[in-house]
Design a binder for this molecule. Structure first.
Ligand code: DSN
Length: 418
């Protein structure tokens, strides 16, 4: 844990809030599937003097002097990214996943071109062409849905829609989809209709890197990701692509959309990519999936209804309708009990997005703390109790206390024990 002595002295208000957040992260079980704990090394790299630089351009072709070391750092990050994922080219400059996806649209499709993506309420991302996103207004999106029967992607339906719409880009990848995405099938559909396949692996990048989820790299023209979810890096983004798209992607990121890259983030991405190439990380990713499967089994045993009936990855989506509880009050009650997850729409949700029927949870952060199958069983028991006695203050307080004690046995990377 950083000592933060200078911050404490200069700005006690900000310091106090940072410390409180640290305490929250230490004393609760963080189950939001897109969150994680970075290592102390990644945290160190994020807080370096690299934040002082401007370095518009790319290694060897910058618009500013003083790039001897930033060039080398960015080169390390790019090389590690291409090696880890087996890609031809990597751009590590996108500020995050949304700018990365916008850069792909800008690079590979003209405004007004048709694109295709999984609908947001079915687990797609805003930037796969949802209406309120720039990607849904400057381009013409066609949306595919999940099957009502299975809650899974219906690849025949995707193909039918693609043949009809003949999109320029087809997006796959999701934020709330608990099953394997068949990138090979999506690639075949894209080729059949003359589209480019864009795979957004933000949620599953760490699983892909570790080989516990199939990789899209051989099947997609472009792969985008954030760097901070299962990949366990700093907040940032990355685009991997085939070499024929490299120049267009680089030009779209800079100067198309962004100015100077965040060099401190690039340094931290390089560290995270180095970590992700280790056997320890592969074990970590495999444990994420094992933990999620146990969590799913235990939740099913308690009568929870899971979208698709289970999980293949790090994530679980629960439809709470049969429990007579909505997602938002459930998420709020669970937070009071020290279990932090998010309310979420379920496919074909009759309720509104701000007050949906479901909750979404995942195992990346808990697994980073060393929690395994027995701990997943305990988490499920607590969840069951909180939902059964929704709003019962005594139960919530007792469980919050138990969670605090439990968490003390599992120190979070990057955070010191109190
Ligand atoms: N906000 C991210 C998530 O929680 O899934 C997606 O961008």
């Amino acid at each position: 844990m950083a000592k933060l002595e200078a911050l404490q002295k200069a700005d006690p208000d900000v310091f106090a809030l940072v410390r409180l957040e640290e305490k929250r992260q230490r004393e609760t079980i963080r189950l939001i599937p897109s969150e994680n704990y970075v290592s102390a090394a990644v945290l160190d790299a994020s807080g370096t003097v690299l934040t002082n630089n401007y370095s518009e351009g790319y290694p060897g072709k910058r618009y500013y002097q003083g790039q001897e070391f930033t060039d080398r750092l960015e080169e390390i990050a790019r090389t590690r990214a291409t090696a880890l994922f087996g890609a031809d080219h990597a751009n590590v400059q996108p500020y995050s996943g949304s700018p990365a996806n916008l850069a792909v649209h800008f690079a590979l499709a003209k405004p007004g071109d048709t694109t295709m993506g999984l609908a947001l309420p079915h687990g797609g991302h805003l930037t796969h062409g949802w209406g309120v996103s720039i990607t849904g207004t400057y381009w013409k999106p066609v949306r595919y849905a999940l099957s009502k029967e299975t809650g899974r992607i219906d690849y025949d339906d995707v193909r039918r829609l693609a043949l009809e719409a003949r999109p320029r880009l087809i997006w796959c990848g999701a934020t709330a989809y608990p099953r394997v995405i068949e990138f090979e099938t999506m690639g075949a559909i894209a080729r059949e209709v003359g589209a480019l396949l864009c795979a957004d692996i933000a949620h599953i990048a760490g699983l892909v890197a570790a080989g516990v989820h199939p990789s899209p790299v051989a099947h997609a023209d472009v792969v985008t990701t954030t760097t901070h979810k299962t990949l366990r890096g700093p907040r940032g983004g990355m685009i991997l692509c085939k070499k024929e798209h490299a120049a267009a992607i680089d030009k779209a990121v800079f100067p198309g959309l962004q100015g100077g890259p965040h060099d401190h983030t690039t340094a931290a991405i390089a560290v995270a990519l180095g970590e992700a190439a280790t056997p320890a990380f592969r074990n970590y990713a495999a444990q994420i999936v094992r933990n999620a499967k146990v969590l799913a089994e235990e939740l099913l045993a308690l009568g929870f209804s899971l979208v698709t009936g289970g999980t293949d990855n790090h994530l679980i989506l629960i439809d709470l309708t049969n429990k007579g509880v909505a997602g938002k009050p459930a998420a709020q009650a669970l937070e009071r009990a020290g279990l932090v997850l998010n309310y979420n729409a379920v496919p074909f949700d009759p309720r509104k997005p701000f007050d949906p029927s479901g909750i979404r949870l995942g195992t990346p952060a808990a697994t980073s703390r060393g929690m395994r199958e027995p701990e997943m069983r305990q988490i499920t028991r607590w969840m069951g109790e909180v939902i059964k006695k929704l709003g019962d203050d005594t139960t919530e307080r007792r469980i919050a206390g138990e969670v605090r004690e439990f968490c003390a046995r599992f120190p979070a990377p990057g955070l010191a024990a109190e």
